[in-house]
Design a binder for this molecule. Structure first.
Ligand SMILES: *[C@@H]1O[C@H](CO)[C@@H](O)[C@H](O)[C@H]1NC(C)=O
Ligand SMILES: *[C@@H]1O[C@H](CO)[C@@H](O)[C@H](O)[C@H]1NC(C)=O
Ligand SMILES: *[C@@H]1O[C@H](CO)[C@@H](O)[C@H](O)[C@H]1NC(C)=O
Length: 154
């Protein structure tokens, strides 16, 4: 994971250099790469936060927490496909990879919002942090879809 993030950051820097003369265009491939990097970081952070919750101690919320994690895996499938396409260039990611990220994140956020808390405790704090990371990732993914970001390093 850390290596993928590092390589994507390196790619972003490379694209920014290449894209510099193209600033007047609506959105550059460098900006798309930046969106991707933000998505990957946001999903990774949310996975870490939700993974830190011990669902055995939280039976009432366990289903929603687990469903949120499964939807995050679906979203992460899209980011993995894009990262593979960018890093290995072996084959382009499916055209709907960014849309898959959006729907995975939306489903995950919907599950999180079904969780109810009475007490301010570490579970609530972890869910709130995951919520915030996912919301940021979702905004980036929606921008990538709106900008019709290519999922290849062309
Ligand atoms: C990602 O989704 C594709 C298409 O639905 C599927 O074929 C592939 O197995 C999935 N990969 C993972 C790691 O879940
Ligand atoms: C936090 O409070 C909720 C109830 O609001 C409870 O289900 C959960 O187990 C608590 N988490 C911890 C870590 O005590
Ligand atoms: C997630 O964030 C939104 C807005 O930022 C908020 O309305 C919602 O209650 C939050 N959900 C959880 C589970 O923290």
């Amino acid at each position: 994971m850390a290596r993928v993030i590092f390589m994507l950051v390196a790619l972003v820097c490379m694209f920014q250099t290449l894209a510099a003369p193209l600033q007047s265009r609506a959105i550059t491939s460098g900006e798309c790469s930046q969106l991707n990097t933000r998505i990957i970081i946001g999903i990774g952070a949310a996975q870490g936060k939700l993974g830190s919750i011990n669902t055995v101690n939280d039976v009432g919320n366990a289903r929603n927490i687990l469903e949120a994690q499964l939807s995050l895996l679906d979203a992460n499938n899209g980011t993995t496909q894009i990262a593979d396409a960018l890093l290995t260039g072996a084959k382009p990611a499916p055209a709907d990879a960014n849309a898959r990220i959006v729907s995975g994140l939306q489903a995950s956020l919907a599950s999180l919002n079904k969780i109810s808390f009475i007490a301010q405790n570490s579970t609530k704090a972890a869910v709130a942090a995951a919520n915030s990371s996912m919301t940021t990732a979702l905004e980036s993914a929606q921008q990538a879809v709106a900008a019709n970001c290519q999922t290849t390093a062309n």
